[in-house]
Design a protein around this ligand. Structure first.
Ligand SMILES: *[C@@H]1O[C@H](CO)[C@@H](O)[C@H](O)[C@H]1NC(C)=O
Ligand SMILES: *[C@@H]1O[C@H](CO)[C@@H](O)[C@H](O)[C@H]1NC(C)=O
Ligand SMILES: *[C@@H]1O[C@H](CO)[C@@H](O)[C@H](O)[C@H]1NC(C)=O
Ligand SMILES: *[C@@H]1O[C@H](CO)[C@@H](O)[C@H](O)[C@H]1NC(C)=O
Length: 678
C-alpha cells in the first residue's frame, strides 16, 4: 500500500457558497465542501487521454457515480483491464455520510468524480474527501481492509474557552460510545451519531463512520486510531474531524447531521421532501396586473432576498466552518518537538514546586507528580532520575515518536521539559490509580467486578496490539505489569511507561539495562535468562497479568495452601485438573461469566507458554477475545521461573525491536467447546 505524501487542501469558499445558495437553500441539499484530496504520486504511462488505463478509470468512476443514487451510501466496484490485463485493473469505492439521502449522495459522488478526474487523472491511486462523501480509486486491492495510512486532520479555529477538561471528557465519552455502536452496527452502515448537553447553552454533537466493508475489528481499530488523534489535531477546539480512507470522525458544538438520525443510528433517512411547489401567481398577471408591474415588484424582492441569504449564509459559515487543516498523517512525524516542549516554571507552578502532597507514585524512572495547568488541565509529571541518557537531540526525537503513539488504551505523553539537570515527561493524568491498587487490596477488590475485569483485559490487549503492530513504530513494552496499567474514571485501562527504552537510548550501559530489565514475575524466561527480547516476551507478561486479573492474586507473592508457590504452576495445575473455575477470585464469583472466565484463563496460559513460538501474538489474542467461535490451541506447560528467583539479571540485554512473529501458534488445535472442562 503506497503511503501518500501530500494531501492538497482547498477551500473553495466562494464557489461552494454560490452552489450552496442556488441549490442548497432552495433544495435543502447540503453544501458540498471539498475538504482535501490526495493523488498518488505515481502515474500510469503512457499518459494519454485514451490509454487503456484512463479508459478503464473513466469507466470505473462512471460506474460508481451511476450507482450512487441506488445504494445505501456505499459501493465498491472493480474495473478489470481490457483483455483481462491485470496491470490495468482498478478498484474504486465511494462512501457517503450515513445520514444523507441517496440523491445528495449521488450529487456528492458526481462532484467528487469530476474533481478526481481533473486533479488525479492518471495516478495509481487517489482519494478525495468532501464533507458528505469520499471517493477513492487505486490499482491495489482496497476493499475490506483498514487503511489509516493517510489522513486529514481538521480543527475548528475557535476554542472551547471554559471547562475544557469536562468538555474533553464528555467528547471522549461520546466518541467511545458511538465507536462501539458503529463498529458493531450490523445494519450495514457502520455509522453512528450521538449528542449530549455540555452546558446550559451548549450541546456537543459527534459522528463516526467506517466504510461498511470493514470487519467489526478493523472498524474499531480505525476509529480508535482516529479518536486518538483528536488531541493532536483538535485539542480544545470547538470542532474537529479526522478523515481516513477507511473511517472518519467529527464533532461540533452545533448539529451538523440530519435530525432524523439522532440519537441512534437508524435506517437511512428518507430523501428530503421536494421543495414546496410555489403557488403560481403568473395567472394573476392575466387578470389585469401588467407584466411590468410584476417585474417591478418581484425583481427587487428576489434580489434583496438573495442578498439577505448571501449575508446570512456568510455569517453562518463564518461562525461554523472556520476550519484549519492541522496536519497530514502520512507516516512522517506529526508533532514537532517545539509543540511538545513545556516551560519548567509552568510545570513547577503546576505541581506546587514538586511538593510531596502532589506526589502520586514512583516508577522505575523517577517520581511522578500530579499537576494542574492554568487552563485546568490535569497532568502527571514524571521527574526522571538523573541517570545516563542519550544526547538531547536524540532524546527529543524519541519523545516525538513516543508522543505520536496514541491509542485510547495508552497513557498519552503530552510533552517534555528539559531545564539544566531536570528532565521531565508530561503525561495526561489518569484519575483512578493503577490496577494493582484495586486488584491486590482486599478492601478494593470487589470494585472490579467481572465485567470490569474482562473489559480491562480486552483494553490492555488492544493497547499492546497497537504498540506491537498498529503503530508506526514497533514498540516492545518490556515492563508490562499491574502497576503499569492505569485506570481512568470509567475503569478503562491505559498502559503506562511504554517507550521508555527508546527514551533512554539503546546504549547498553549497565545502569540503563538494570532500569529497563523489567519486573520479576512478569519477565519471560528467555528475557530473564538470556536477555532475549521480542514482542513475545510482552505477550508473556500479558499472560501473567491476565491470570492475576482473574485470580486477584499477585504472581510474585503467591502461596497456596497445597504448597504450589507460584501463580502459573497453580493455574496450570487447575487447568490440567479441569477445575479452572477454582482459580477465579472468590469475591467476584457472583458477577462472573463462566465462558469468559475460562476463555481468559485459556488465553493467559497460552501466553505464558515456555516455547516462544507457541505463544500467540497480540493480534491473535485480540481476535480470541472478540470472538467466541475462534479456535484456540491447547496450551502447553507454562514456563516456570520459580527456581530462578535468585538468578541475577543479565549484564546485557539485546534490544530486538524488529522481531515479530506474526504466525499464531497453530499446533494442537482444538475447538473451544470441546476443550473447556466443566
Ligand atoms: C499527463 O498529461 C496531462 C495532459 O497532457 C498533463 O497535464 C500532465 O502533466 C501529465 N502528467 C504527467 C505526470 O506527465
Ligand atoms: C466489493 O468488495 C468485496 C469485499 O468487501 C469484494 O468481495 C467484491 O468483489 C467487491 N465488489 C466489486 C464489484 O468489486
Ligand atoms: C485556540 O487555542 C490555540 C492553542 O491551544 C491557539 O493557538 C489559538 O490561537 C486559539 N484560537 C483562538 C481563536 O483563540
Ligand atoms: C439539554 O438541554 C436542552 C435545552 O437546553 C434541554 O431541553 C434538555 O432536556 C437537556 N437534556 C439533558 C439530557 O439534560
Amino acid at each position: 500500500m503506497p503511503l501518500f505524501k501530500i494531501i492538497f487542501r482547498i477551500n473553495l469558499l466562494f464557489s461552494c457558497c454560490i452552489t450552496c445558495l442556488l441549490i442548497g437553500f432552495t433544495n435543502r441539499v447540503n453544501c458540498l465542501e471539498l475538504l482535501g484530496f490526495n493523488c498518488d504520486k505515481n502515474t500510469y504511462s503512457p499518459n494519454t487521454t485514451n490509454s487503456p488505463y484512463r479508459t478503464n478509470l473513466n469507466f470505473l468512476l462512471s460506474t460508481l457515480s451511476s450507482n450512487a443514487s441506488r445504494t445505501n451510501g456505499f459501493y465498491n466496484s472493480t474495473a478489470i483491464g481490457r483483455n483481462n490485463d491485470p496491470s490495468n485493473t482498478i478498484y474504486g469505492l465511494f462512501l457517503c455520510r450515513g445520514d444523507i439521502s441517496m440523491d445528495v449522495c449521488a450529487d456528492c459522488v458526481d462532484t467528487a468524480r469530476g474533481m478526481i478526474i481533473q486533479r488525479c487523472p492518471n495516478q495509481t491511486g487517489a482519494i478525495v474527501w468532501y464533507d458528505l462523501c469520499l471517493l477513492r480509486y487505486s490499482n491495489q486491492y482496497i476493499f475490506s481492509k483498514e487503511d489509516a495510512n493517510t489522513g486529514l486532520l481538521l480543527h475548528n479555529t475557535q476554542n472551547v474557552t471554559d471547562d475544557t477538561a469536562r468538555f474533553n471528557a464528555l467528547l471522549e465519552d461520546l466518541m467511545n460510545n458511538i465507536m462501539n455502536q458503529a463498529s458493531n452496527d450490523r445494519s450495514g452502515k457502520k455509522f453512528a451519531v450521538a449528542e449530549a448537553n455540555f452546558s446550559t447553552f451548549q450541546r456537543l454533537y459527534t459522528l463516526v463512520q467506517c466504510t461498511p466493508d470493514l470487519s467489526t475489528f478493523d472498524c474499531d481499530s480505525c476509529l480508535s486510531n482516529a479518536v486518538s488523534n483528536l488531541p493532536t489535531c483538535c485539542r480544545n477546539s470547538k470542532g474537529g474531524r479526522v478523515l481516513y480512507p477507511s473511517c472518519n470522525i467529527r464533532y461540533e458544538v452545533y448539529r451538523f447531521y440530519n435530525d432524523s438520525v439522532a440519537p441512534a443510528p437508524g435506517p437511512p433517512p428518507n430523501p428530503p421532501p421536494p421543495p414546496p411547489v410555489p403557488t403560481t401567481s403568473s395567472s394573476k398577471g392575466k387578470d389585469g396586473i401588467s407584466e411590468r408591474t410584476i417585474i417591478a415588484i418581484v425583481v427587487p424582492v428576489v434580489v434583496s432576498i438573495l442578498l439577505f441569504l448571501v449575508a446570512l449564509f456568510l455569517i453562518i459559515r463564518r461562525s461554523r466552518k472556520r476550519y484549519d487543516a492541522v496536519e497530514v498523517t502520512d507516516g512522517s512525524q506529526i508533532l514537532a518537538p517545539e509543540s511538545l516542549q513545556y516551560n519548567f516554571t509552568s510545570i513547577q507552578a503546576a505541581t506546587n514546586n514538586f511538593s510531596d502532597d502532589n506526589k502520586v507514585g514512583k516508577g522505575g524512572f523517577g517520581q511522578v507528580y500530579k499537576g494542574t495547568l492554568p487552563n485546568g488541565e490535569e497532568i502527571a509529571v514524571k521527574r526522571l532520575s538523573r541517570g545516563s541518557m542519550q544526547g538531547l537531540e536524540e532524546f527529543k526525537n524519541e519523545i516525538v515518536l513516543v508522543a505520536n503513539l496514541q491509542h485510547k488504551n495508552l497513557v498519552r505523553l503530552l510533552g517534555f521539559c528539559i531545564d539544566g539537570e531536570e528532565k521531565l515527561l508530561i503525561y495526561e493524568f489518569v484519575p483512578n490509580n493503577s490496577l494493582d491498587y484495586f486488584l491486590f487490596e482486599p478492601e478494593k477488590q470487589h470494585i472490579l467486578d467481572w465485567s470490569r475485569r474482562y473489559k480491562i483485559i480486552e483494553g490492555i490487549a488492544r493497547g499492546l496490539l497497537y504498540l506491537h503492530e498498529d503503530s508506526r513504530l514497533k514498540v516492545i513494552h518490556r515492563d508490562l505489569k499491574a502497576s503499569n496499567i492505569l485506570l481512568d474514571i470509567d475503569m478503562n485501562p491505559k498502559i503506562a511507561d511504554f517507550g521508555m527504552a527508546r527514551l533512554f537510548g539503546t546504549d547498553q550501559s549497565a545502569a540503563t539495562t538494570n532500569i529497563i530489565a523489567g519486573t520479576y514475575g512478569y519477565m519471560a524466561p528467555e528475557y530473564a535468562m538470556r536477555g532475549h527480547f521480542s514482542t513475545k516476551s510482552d505477550v508473556y507478561s500479558f499472560g501473567v497479568l491476565v491470570l492475576e486479573i482473574v485470580t486477584g492474586k499477585k504472581n510474585t507473592s503467591f502461596i497456596e495452601s497445597d504448597g504450589t508457590e507460584d501463580l502459573l504452576s497453580y493455574a496450570w495445575k487447575q487447568w490440567r485438573d479441569e477445575t479452572p473455575l477454582a482459580l477465579l477470585d472468590p469475591i467476584i464469583r457472583d458477577s462472573s461469566v463462566r465462558n469468559e472466565v475460562i476463555q481468559s484463563i485459556h488465553i493467559g496460559l497460552l501466553c505464558v507458554q515456555e516455547d516462544v513460538d507457541q505463544r500467540p501474538n497480540m493480534a491473535s489474542v485480540v481476535l480470541m477475545l472478540s470472538s467466541r467461535s475462534v479456535t484456540m490451541p491447547t496450551p502447553n506447560k507454562p514456563a516456570f521461573l520459580a527456581s530462578s528467583k535468585t538468578e541475577s539479571f543479565p549484564k546485557e540485554v539485546h534490544f530486538d525491536l524488529s522481531t515479530s512473529n506474526s504466525t499464531p501458534a497453530s499446533i494442537n488445535e482444538t475447538s473451544i467447546t470441546e476443550l473447556y472442562p466443566r
